[in-house]
Design a protein around this ligand. Structure first.
Ligand code: ADE
Length: 229
């Protein structure tokens, strides 16, 4: 099985590259793709750069050019749910694009014709995650993750996303990766560790907790890779 592991930023994949040892590097469309074997699987690993366009490009490249058969995303997110604190993990049950807006034509937020307001993630990958969480004795929250091309550091925007999509966390890549995987029929799993609360302190907290939270997420993903059949 060839698995894709992607993040958005170098910090999100650095702990994964450290863990796998030797890899081959291929440059394609402005990004580096790292290929190696680990846990009985072939892996292709990359960070996309921040945002929906770059993450969609990277996800599509991993699938179409590198032959990835399942997609695992590891990274950090801003918390919406009060149950989530810095360092906590959340897996997406489904994802939406909070900044996609053709409501002027009577459509709901996050929806365009022939698309869907929410994209579901893969049940069997979520089951693997729940198994790993049980073994590690850690709490894994499941919920809606909202994605947009915006670093949210504003309580009003945060409340809008919570109320409109019933979202538990927000970030800038998950839904675009999920849209690509859905279109190409590739199972997708999105994991995030909380770096901030998308509030007035968010940019300060993000800088303070990016490395540590990215590592929490990356370590969990690597445990999952060893368990995926
Ligand atoms: N990723 C981590 N924190 C975030 C925030 N506050 N807004 C958008 N993406 C994030």
């Amino acid at each position: 099985m060839k698995l894709a592991i992607m993040g958005a930023m170098p910090e999100e994949i650095a702990p994964i590259l450290e863990r796998v040892g030797d890899y081959k590097v291929t440059k394609r469309a402005g990004n580096s793709y790292y290929e190696c074997s680990f846990g009985g699987h072939e892996l292709v690993i990359a960070y996309s750069k921040i945002g929906k366009v770059f993450s969609a490009l990277t996800a599509a490249t991993m699938i179409e050019s590198f032959g990835a058969q399942k997609m695992l995303f590891s990274g950090v997110a801003g918390a919406i749910s009060k149950d989530l604190s810095v360092g906590d993990l959340i897996i997406a049950t489904r994802l939406c694009q909070h900044d996609l807006d053709i409501t002027a034509f009577g459509h709901p937020h996050g929806f365009v014709p022939e698309g869907a307001q929410f994209i579901d993630t893969d049940d069997s990958l979520k089951d693997v995650a729940l198994q790993v969480a049980k073994e590690m004795d850690i709490v894994l929250k499941e919920g809606v993750i909202a994605t947009g091309d915006q670093f949210v550091a504003d309580p009003v925007r945060k409340r809008f996303i919570e109320e409109t999509f019933n979202a538990d966390a927000l970030e800038m890549e998950g839904a675009s990766v999920a849209v690509v995987c859905d279109a190409l029929d590739i199972p997708v799993f999105i994991l995030r560790a909380i770096s901030d609360a998308a509030d007035m302190d968010a940019s300060f907290d993000f800088d303070a907790f990016l490395d540590s939270s990215a590592k929490v997420s990356a370590d969990f993903i690597m445990k999952m890779v060893e368990k995926i059949a």
